[in-house]
Design a protein around this ligand. Structure first.
Ligand code: PAF
Length: 281
């Protein structure tokens, strides 16, 4: 695996790949890699000739400086995982490399997608995400970019940016990887005790309950039952639970035949903020 720390090195390498008409896949990450990230790489492999994984803990998407400081950075472990998974290129830039101008201002109209759910809880978060993803897209110019369904709202935001900026990039929405009990894999799970991991299962169980009863129980009642299920689960502090249309992420009152729906949930367990979701139809 080639490791590049500068934009120049990366661009020189990818230029040759492009001249040779090779397909490039990008897997943007913030490191602390686990099986979920490796599944994105495995998804990209058969669809591309060169896989580029980036590891960059992006400061502009953290609204709490303590969260940024606490973010795990097990780089040696990450490099070993990527090598074992046969990643071709790792891009590992510094903050100065990605943001040479510390006063850089950024705003993209995300049609309100950045003001609801995760966006409401973490103001500025999705502007930060689009900022860094746009920079990575411009640098790598991938044919395909892979993102995990676990951050469903993030993928919708990036899809929206691609549409607005008319970027010739295909987004792959890769399935959530869960442990054997159903807990969605996340870098944050390493901050949970083994009891916390058991308590956190209430999230995926509730989402499954919604999926199994979607279209069978009136929506309002289904939402109420699912909320009660979570609120009565030990160790869970619910932030939000919603049944939404997938592209606008607006909460729905009725089900329409030709639309797709998703249930979104965010809760704290042992003060660790966990998010999960399930596509319902
Ligand atoms: O999902 C993440 O890890 C980050 O939000 C991303 C897409 C790498 C941008 O920093």
């Amino acid at each position: 695996m080639r490791i590049f720390e500068t934009k120049k090195e990366l661009q020189d390498y990818l230029e040759t790949a492009r001249i040779n008409k090779q397909k490039i896949a990008l897997i943007p990450t913030m490191g602390a890699l686990h099986e979920g990230h490796i599944s994105l790489l495995n998804y990209a492999k058969p669809l591309s000739d060169v896989t580029v994984c980036s590891i960059f803990v992006n400061p502009t998407q953290f609204n709490d400086p303590k969260d940024l400081e606490k973010y795990p950075r097990p780089i040696e472990h990450d490099i070993a995982l990527l090598k074992a998974a046969h990643c071709d290129v790792l891009f590992l830039p510094t903050v100065e490399e990605m943001y040479p101008d510390p006063n850089e201002k950024w705003h993209i109209d995300l049609n309100g997608l950045d003001a609801i759910w995760e966006g409401e809880m973490r103001p500025g978060h999705f502007q930060g995400v689009t900022q860094v993803v746009y920079k990575l897209f411009a640098l790598v110019q991938p044919d395909i970019a892979c993102f995990g369904q676990k951050d469903f709202q993030q993928v919708m935001v990036i899809e929206h940016m691609i549409k607005v900026k008319q970027l010739p990039i295909t987004i792959a929405l890769c399935p959530i990887i869960r442990d054997e009990n159903g807990l969605a894999l996340s870098s944050r799970n390493m901050r949970l005790s083994s009891n916390g991991k058991i308590q956190a299962l209430a999230l995926s169980k509730t989402l499954l309950y919604i999926k199994n009863n979607f279209g069978k129980i009136p929506l309002l009642q289904l939402n109420k039952q699912a909320t009660e299920l979570l609120n009565s689960s030990e160790g869970i502090t619910l932030e939000y639970l919603a049944i939404c249309e997938t592209t606008t992420l607006k909460e729905i009152k009725t089900i329409e035949q030709d639309k797709q729906y998703v249930a979104l949930v965010t809760a704290r367990v042992e003060d660790v903020r966990l998010i999960d979701n399930m596509i319902l139809n």
